[in-house]
Design a protein around this ligand. Structure first.
Ligand code: SF4
Ligand code: SF4
Length: 85
């Protein structure tokens, strides 16, 4: 599993399924009552799951930066949170 992928805390997850319903690419599923990233290749790192989880059981450890090569400027960030150490 790649380091940059969403990290799902199995101890905190209540199995509510909100992240699974919200994931636009169906990358998540419930396995034995806990959310699991079952199809990591489908994950677009959109951070919707992290935002929607009511118990903060999902963390995206990296910041995604969009860079405009023509204008040589950063157009905006998708995620602003610093990674937790
Ligand atoms: S939204 Fe959070 S608590 Fe609910 S299934 Fe997903 S990871 Fe678990
Ligand atoms: S970051 Fe987006 S695409 Fe990846 S698992 Fe979460 S909701 Fe799905």
């Amino acid at each position: 599993m790649s380091d940059w992928l969403p990290r799902l805390n199995q101890n905190t997850c209540t199995g509510c399924g909100d992240c699974i319903t919200a994931c636009p690419t169906n990358a998540l599923a419930l396995v034995e009552g806990k959310a699991v990233l079952v199809f990591p290749d489908l994950c677009t790192y959109c951070a919707i799951c992290e935002t929607i989880c009511p118990v903060d059981a999902i963390e995206l450890p990296y910041i995604v930066v969009r860079y405009d090569q023509k204008q040589e400027s950063i157009r905006g960030t998708i995620k602003y949170e610093e990674p937790k150490v």
